[in-house]
Design a protein around this ligand. Structure first.
Ligand code: SF4
Length: 448
């Protein structure tokens, strides 16, 4: 191995965009900082990988938990294979030019089988490329593989009691798909190696590869040197269709309930009657206005980890929503779907949830249809774009939490937080954020 040895992640990076691989090797200081959301995705991947090891119990971790000790891991993998170990986790291989780790390696009755674990709920094309490269490296390193498979999360699994690892994961054979790809790998590899040897940054414009299938970690560097083209909607002039806005107002029925939910997703379901990546509502904010321009009353709920928040959430919500009056939300698909899921998972509430749907009015629609638009909205109809354009005195910018993803991550962090002061601060931040979401809707409606 040498400093230009191509690892699996380098290969995938380089085939997606050679410039990204160049920057990774020669200008790593330009790499974007890892965001809270990306770190959470990495952590999820790690946790899911660890859990999937239980599908093949009794293995030994060849990396000893540290992927930076590559030479040691390769030697240990060879030693374990030589000693007759039949299940190896994080097995490492290199042929000098290439390098990879394989999540799980199993000696089955007819030979070695390799299993790569992904936290996604379906096989994606770039994951097939991952596995094709791993097969290439492992077999070139001298270990014949009978088969190679992807292990991914089964989003149809519903937890009842203890976690059922066999049902949580789906194993899909990739052997047929990756064998025909083997001839192309040396060609791609050679071109990446030549690019690195030449040491010149490839001249590649920004394009779909920058965000697909995941955001590149040199976005800021490339955006500085070649800014994205201006969104054509940004130049759109202001518009106001008062008839349509009046019609929206006419269809509302007092009292008005301005409602917003926050949710959290777990790759591995934490609660009975929940599925992988299901959005679990843990918080709502509700502003009640009895009469036009009348005073506001605020109701809220915030769950307490690790308890399943859903039963208390829906009990509290149903109590405050009453039996009549419009329920105003921003993007009704989101709130309606969460309510339908609660009705499905907790059927005892379904008869009380069902009548709510006829009362829901989606405040996002007039903005999506551009019945009210200003250039300050920058072509967007998200609440975060509409609010500063119409109600500049109300802002998220002073809040610790400024968007829903961050709210979910803050709530998730409460699961492992034992510091009462830190817990109190986080809860306060969550309450302020969600309350502003519904207050924003009150103030935006006033602009109609
Ligand atoms: S931002 Fe786009 S062009 Fe720049 S290195 Fe990444 S993928 Fe390549």
């Amino acid at each position: 191995m040498n400093s230009r040895t191509i690892s699996k992640s380098s290969f995938v990076r380089g085939t997606k965009c050679p410039k990204s691989l160049y920057l990774h090797f020669f200008q790593p200081e330009e790499q974007d900082e890892i965001s809270e959301g990306q770190q959470s995705i990495f952590d999820t991947g790690h946790n899911v990988g660890f859990l999937a090891q239980q599908l093949f119990p009794g293995g030994i971790d060849a990396s000893r938990g540290d992927h930076s000790l590559v030479h040691e891991a390769i030697a240990y993998t060879a030693e374990l294979i030589g000693n007759g170990q039949t299940v190896i986790y994080e097995a490492a291989f290199s042929d000098g030019e290439t390098l990879c780790y394989m999540d799980i390696l199993v000696k089955e009755t007819d030979g070695w089988a390799a299993y790569e674990v992904k936290a996604s709920t379906q096989v994606k094309d770039y994951q097939v490329n991952d596995v094709a490269f791993q097969y290439f490296v492992i077999t070139r390193s001298g270990l014949p593989l009978k088969r190679v498979s992807l292990v991914h999360v089964n989003n149809q699994y519903i937890r009842h009691g203890d976690l059922d690892i066999r049902k949580l994961f789906t194993i899909e054979s990739m052997t047929e798909r990756i064998l025909p790809m083997q001839n192309n790998i040396p060609v791609d590899l050679l071109s990446l190696q030549e690019m690195l040897k030449a040491g010149l940054m490839p001249d590649i414009p920004m394009g779909s590869q920058c965000n697909n299938p995941f955001p590149c970690d040199f976005l800021e560097f490339c955006q500085q040197s070649c800014p994205a083209e201006e969104d054509e909607s940004e130049g759109r002039p202001a518009s106001r269709n008062q008839d349509e806005l009046d019609q929206f107002l006419d269809e509302l029925e007092y009292p008005l309930y301005f409602m917003d939910f926050e949710t959290i997703q777990f790759a591995v379901p934490q609660y009975n009657e929940s599925r992988p990546y299901q959005q679990i509502p843990f918080q709502y904010s509700l502003h009640l206005q009895q009469t036009k321009s009348g005073p506001l009353t605020h109701f809220l709920f915030l769950g307490t980890p690790p308890t399943d928040p859903r039963p208390e959430f829906i009990q509290s919500l149903l109590l405050h929503l009453g039996s009549s009056g419009s329920i105003i939300v921003w993007n009704q698909t989101f709130e309606n779907t969460r309510l339908r899921e609660i009705a499905r998972d907790f059927p005892e509430y379904s008869s009380m949830i069902e009548p709510l749907f006829d009362r829901v009015a989606d405040l996002m629609v007039p903005f999506r249809r551009k019945h009210l638009y200003t250039p300050d909205m920058n072509g967007s109809y998200s609440l975060k774009a509409v609010l500063p354009a119409l109600v500049p005195d109300l802002s998220y910018s002073n809040l610790e939490i400024q968007e829903g993803g961050s709210a979910g991550l803050t709530y998730e962090s409460l699961y492992n937080d034992a510091d009462p002061e830190s817990i109190a601060t986080k809860r306060e931040n969550l309450l302020k954020y969600c309350e502003l979401d519904t207050l924003s809707m009150v103030r935006i409606l006033e602009r109609f």
